[in-house]
Design a binder for this molecule. Structure first.
Ligand SMILES: NC(=O)c1ccc[n+]([C@@H]2O[C@H](COP(=O)([O-])OP(=O)(O)OC[C@H]3O[C@@H](n4cnc5c(N)ncnc54)[C@H](OP(=O)(O)O)[C@@H]3O)[C@@H](O)[C@H]2O)c1
Length: 245
């Protein structure tokens, strides 16, 4: 049966790949991002709407209009997120930290708190959270990004407890290095610096992560995959990456 799947941050990378994967299986999509002009090209016929997860009014309008367009929400893919810079704690200015926490933590909470009561009212649903290996292992210059992803773990645990008996599944999909626009965003448009991240190694591609999300969403309703940690074969952790020289 066709599900209504909402994807945040669907204008690029993992979000766009998730949208394509669900659509290929016949699901109805509602897609949100700030760069709305990109959305119609992601999935033919999807409902597309402006979304800034850091803006409460924008989140409310996005969720309400998605429901109006596609009916009750069955799956929420909380994907919108970013890393900004590589500031260390002693020398950071705080600006990038606020942006990461406001987007990755508070933004995700804002979308989820709008969707969850609606799911419960409609007999259940599936909340997917795109975390990161960064939520499992910290690295120098990534303390706040890692913290923002680590924060998603207790949030997922709490949602599971708080919705117990309501047919709500909660899955976090935590990838290692994925070749998307992530590093270009982190380095504020510096393509050369971004490319260096993937130099000589074979990272995941967005479709690899989307397959994990789809796999979790396609389990029978009584099966909840709590967490999928998906790494490139060439990456053992944030520090150990095999590179061909
Ligand atoms: N690439 C990696 O190596 C990697 C590894 C582990 C986890 N992740 C996580 O995967 C998720 C997707 O990242 P990606 O790799 O696909 O990077 P990406 O290509 O840069 O995509 C990020 C998406 O998030 C959206 N976004 C950012 N801020 C937003 C906001 N305030 N409101 C709404 N949408 C917003 C962007 O859309 P707009 O700019 O158009 O709003 C874009 O669609 C993120 O949560 C990231 O932390 C990535």
């Amino acid at each position: 049966m066709s599900r209504h799947v909402v994807v945040t941050g669907a204008s690029s990378g993992i979000g766009a790949a998730c949208a394509r994967a669900f659509s290929a299986g016949g699901d109805r999509l509602s897609l949100g991002a700030r760069r709305t002009e990109r959305l119609p090209a992601v999935v033919d016929g999807a409902f597309c709407h402006q979304l800034d997860v850091t803006d409460q009014a924008s989140v409310a309008t996005f969720v309400e209009s998605s429901i109006a367009a596609n009916g009750p929400i069955d799956v929420l893919v909380n994907n919108a997120g970013l890393a900004r810079g590589t500031e260390q704690i002693a020398t950071g200015t705080g600006e990038a930290w606020r942006e990461m926490i406001e987007t990755n933590v508070l933004g995700l909470l804002e979308v989820t708190r709008r969707v969850l009561p609606h799911m419960v009212e409609n007999g259940g649903g599936h909340v997917v959270v795109i975390g990161s290996i960064a939520g499992h292992k910290a690295y120098v210059g990534g303390g706040v990004y890692c913290g923002s992803k680590r924060a998603l773990q207790p949030i997922c645990e709490a949602i599971r407890m708080e919705t117990l008996g309501k047919n709500v599944r909660v899955t976090s999909v935590d990838p290692g290095m994925v070749d998307t626009e992530f590093s270009v965003v982190r380095f504020r448009g510096d393509e050369e610096k971004a490319q260096k991240v993937y130099e000589g190694t074979r990272p995941l591609v967005a479709d690899d992560v989307a397959e994990c999300v789809l796999f979790a969403a396609n389990r029978p309703a009584h099966v909840n995959l709590d967490n999928i940690l998906v790494m490139p074969t060439d990456q053992a952790n944030p520090y150990f990456v095999h590179r061909e020289s």
